[in-house]
Design a protein around this ligand. Structure first.
Ligand code: TA6
Length: 288
């Protein structure tokens, strides 16, 4: 039975997918993928050993689903960063094994009284996970109400690397970006062939098609992060001081991860008319 209902950390329910391509685990809490291990490889996603696994708190690592806003709430600092979707319980609405050996699951979140109290819109969000030779995560957002709305979204993927100081990310050369390191918002242009990490890095690249290849020179591993329907890319490592400020992130964990994210945020935010839908996806591939 390749799709197993399981109880994960903190007693939270999850699904475990296994097939000839490998293994993946997704929590219903946040529709949060925490693990992806190709059959003949090692774990690709990074998880903090300090992550919370608790109702109302986001999981640190894996692939957080950010929706309906990215970063802080535009006007209410009491609202959760990166939206409420990652701290809500989603419902499993489809699961199937295909004849090509791939496994598909879909989790769904719709508006309710709690969501409408902070974001007054009718929506359905469907997160589909496809475990095949690659891992694809697709977020389809539909406007099920009678009025248009604007939203932001991101698949905030954390990748495991051996040494961030020997890691590069490509696909951003020549692109304009907003440098958010240190909490600022400075407009810059990337003139480097690849991104290298020597300090806190928090970059928002609008209108950037990707793909991005993460090259982890210390292990020789490369991961291609492709995007479909995601105009923005985000690259993040908190480095030392910011890591120390996060309660759910170990002080010495920053050298072992990098985030490369598929997003529609800022100037790429979505405008959805009544009845309209949009899908933002990322495909992760171990490049051998
Ligand atoms: O995607 C980068 C970012 O927005 C950073 O600014 C950063 O602080 C991070 O995500 C993590 O956010 P979180 O709310 O999960 O602590």
């Amino acid at each position: 039975m390749p799709i197993i209902d399981a109880i994960g950390q903190g007693g939270l329910p999850c699904l475990e997918l296994t097939n000839r391509f490998g293994f993946a685990r997704v929590y219903l809490h946040g529709a949060h993928v925490t693990h992806w291990t190709p059959a003949d490889g090692s774990e690709m996603l990074w998880m903090s050993a300090r992550s919370f696994f608790a109702a109302g708190k986001p999981i640190r690592g894996g692939i957080p689903v950010c929706f309906p806003w990215f970063g802080g709430h535009p006007s209410d600092a009491t609202q959760p960063a990166h939206g409420f979707a990652r701290v809500r319980a989603w419902t499993v609405t489809a699961r199937a094994d295909f004849t090509d050996g791939s496994t598909h699951v879909t989790l769904t979140l719709s508006d309710d009284a709690d969501s409408r109290a902070v974001w007054p819109h009718a929506f359905t969000a469907e997160l589909t996970l496809i475990l095949a030779a690659t891992l694809t995560v697709a977020l389809k957002v539909s406007n099920t109400g009678a009025a248009p709305f604007v939203c932001e979204e991101a698949l905030h993927s954390y990748f495991s690397v051996s040494d961030i100081e020997q890691t590069t990310v490509d696909g951003c050369h020549g692109q304009a970006y907003i440098d958010k390191a240190g909490g600022g918002a400075v407009d810059r242009r990337d003139d480097a062939e690849v991104i290298r990490f020597t300090a806190e890095t928090d970059r928002f690249y609008p209108a950037t098609p990707g793909p991005h290849v993460i090259t982890d020179a210390a292990s020789g591993r490369r991961i291609r992060v492709s995007k479909q329907g995601a105009q923005s890319s985000v690259v993040w490592n908190p480095w030392i001081a910011k890591a120390a400020k996060m309660p759910d992130y170990g002080d010495h964990e920053w050298p072992s991860m990098v985030c490369v994210e598929a997003a529609n945020a800022g100037s790429d935010r979505l405008h959805l008319a009544p009845g309209a839908s949009a899908t933002c996806a990322t495909t992760l591939e171990w490049v051998r």
